[in-house]
Design a protein around this ligand. Structure first.
Ligand code: AMP
Length: 118
């Protein structure tokens, strides 16, 4: 069940300020308020999906293409392709998902090291 009062829903409605990096009809990309790397940007769907799990089951092929196109445009806007970057998404309790609205994290700006957390 999607919670329309989650923090990203409020951001999408313009109720909370963010530093925007990229926006189109399908996604909004903005800086993470607690950056875990020199560059830490979130790309969120404008449609109300709770997680990647929800999105991967219920989104149309067109929506999937539109979402990943938005991620690609965000990477281009940040000029990250030459040095590299990491894209991750957290799902549910074990995944450490804090905000129940589908999003990916783009992390960059330094060598990011191991892929797992302690
Ligand atoms: P996750 O754990 O994958 O759900 O990640 C949620 C992310 O949202 C965290 O990295 C938070 O720092 C970030 N976050 C929470 N509130 C805000 C906000 N108001 N503006 C920007 N980022 C936020």
């Amino acid at each position: 069940m999607y919670d329309p009062n989650n923090v990203f829903a409020k951001i999408l409605r313009g109720e909370l300020p963010v530093t925007r990096v990229y926006e189109d009809a399908h996604v909004l990309a903005f800086k993470d308020i607690r950056p875990a790397a020199p560059i830490h940007v979130l790309v969120v769907t404008k449609a109300p999906y709770t997680s990647f799990d929800d999105f991967s089951v219920h989104a149309s092929k067109e929506e999937v293409i539109q979402f990943w196109g938005g991620v690609r445009e965000t990477v281009h806007a940040l000029k990250l392709s030459a040095r590299g970057y990491r894209v991750i998404t957290n799902v549910g309790a074990d995944g450490g998902q804090e905000v129940p609205h589908f999003h990916v994290h783009i992390l960059a700006g330094k060598p990011l090291g191991a892929k797992v957390c302690a």
